[in-house]
Design a binder for this molecule. Sequence first.
Ligand code: SF4
Length: 223
Amino acid sequence: MNTARHNHSGPAAHEAEVHARVHGVPGQFDKVLDGVVRAVEWAKNYNDVVIGASFIIQKDNFHQIVRFTELMGTYGVDNVRLAHEVTPKWDELFTDQEKIKILNYLKRAKSVEDKDFRVFAMVDRLPSYHPKPIGVDQCGYQFFTASLSCDCMFYPCCVTKFNRDYIYGYLQWGSLTEILLGDVRKKLVQSFPYDACEYCYLREKVKFIDYLCQSDPPHVNYV
Ligand code: SF4
């Protein structure tokens, strides 16, 4: 923790009862809030440490998106990140009405933002979600990113996290430079089976990267 400059954690709700329902463990809400208070205090010892609170949007807690954001603002974290739960059935998790409500909550949460408190409201995630690859042969996104999971394994992106077939590194194998620029990762990203990605909320980004990587992309100087 002493060398981590960006730290993300936080409760899954604005109320203890909802937090317990989401995690399936009662009595943890106050402990998590206490952890947030201590992290914010600890960060004051450094100029460049960022404390963020993540909120995974689920059926049980989406109605608390705005109040969670406001709560974290009062606790003095630097940012909150509001992102949908990812599962293979993701698009089916919410009704159309709930999706509209979530979008509105995200927009309201975004309006809480100011220069000292950023709100990363992933409003384009659900619209970008697509179960199958669209019009692209290769995923360029994974060339620009890396995902490190809590079990210290490296994966091509956050969607593929915990898929054991795609591990290309372990934190103790070597330095970050060795892992990220090493041959194992290079081989994996170059031969990555894009067709195998059954669900992904980054399709629009993948499409845009593919467009930029064409030898002569149209409309580059279009105003
Ligand atoms: S298509 Fe999506 S899920 Fe597959 S590697 Fe690229 S970003 Fe990850």
